[in-house]
Write a new protein. Structure first.
Length: 223
């Protein structure tokens, strides 16, 4: 039952979502304050972008694929990235996460390649934080962050980074676009799927013919 005193936490809550992209990025105000950015596609077709802070004095020297620190080899356990990874492993993804770390130089938390293709159920948690801001003033507030609480599986189409051909357009669909089209196809009737697909810039520019072919839609529904 809805509660009239519910508030908008500013973070999407209680949904199944597949990670379609992951990279490290510094904040605009403080480039040395780096976060892992996860781009997710929810079951309802929403694209969600969440940031998980690594900490200050971290940097990426390879376009966001990995992150390094001048004097530290480990990520803090209480960092948002540390909490994210621990929760993901505890809810069932430990084996695949460790396998991906092994395959990418045993970098553990420090490689973004752990994440694409993983599908979880996500819930929002409230945490109280206090720290000294850049102006020297103490910041004391509640923050809301989305974390996984159930591992659903791996979307191999996304995790391999491969593209999917569309015969009648002779183009390849980028994995993140394919993932969104697939999620939409499995949750919406054909006419609604077309309407939603047309909101995606890449689709409008590259695959209008495929949208008129219901067989492509049916293929996505069955995958």
């Amino acid at each position: 039952m809805a509660d009239e005193f519910d508030t908008d936490k500013g973070v999407k809550d209680d949904y199944v979502g597949t990670i379609v992209d992951a990279f490290f990025k510094g904040s605009e105000q403080r480039p040395d304050d780096v976060s892992l950015v996860l781009v997710k596609i929810a079951e309802d077709g929403d694209q969600v972008e969440d940031y998980y802070r690594v900490g200050t004095d971290w940097a990426s020297f390879d376009g966001g694929e990995t992150v390094e620190h001048a004097s530290k080899s480990k990520v803090r356990a209480d960092s948002q990235l540390g909490i994210l990874t621990e929760k993901a492993m505890l809810c069932g993804a430990e084996t695949v996460i460790r396998e991906r770390s092994d395959a990418n130089g045993n970098k553990g938390y420090k490689t973004a390649k752990l994440w694409p293709g993983l599908t979880f159920h996500w819930t929002v948690e409230k945490r109280h934080i206090n720290f000294k801001g850049s102006d020297g003033e103490m910041v004391d507030r509640d923050v809301y962050k989305s974390y996984p609480d159930a591992f659903i599986g791996v979307n191999e189409q996304v995790s391999t980074g491969s593209s999917t051909p569309v015969e009648n357009d002779a183009v390849d669909i980028p994995p993140e676009v394919f993932a969104k089209l697939k999620v939409l196809a499995q949750s919406k009737p054909f006419s609604d799927w077309v309407d939603e697909a047309l909101t995606i810039d890449w689709v409008r520019d590259n695959m209008l013919k495929a949208l008129s072919d219901e067989s492509f839609y049916e293929t996505l529904r069955k995958e």
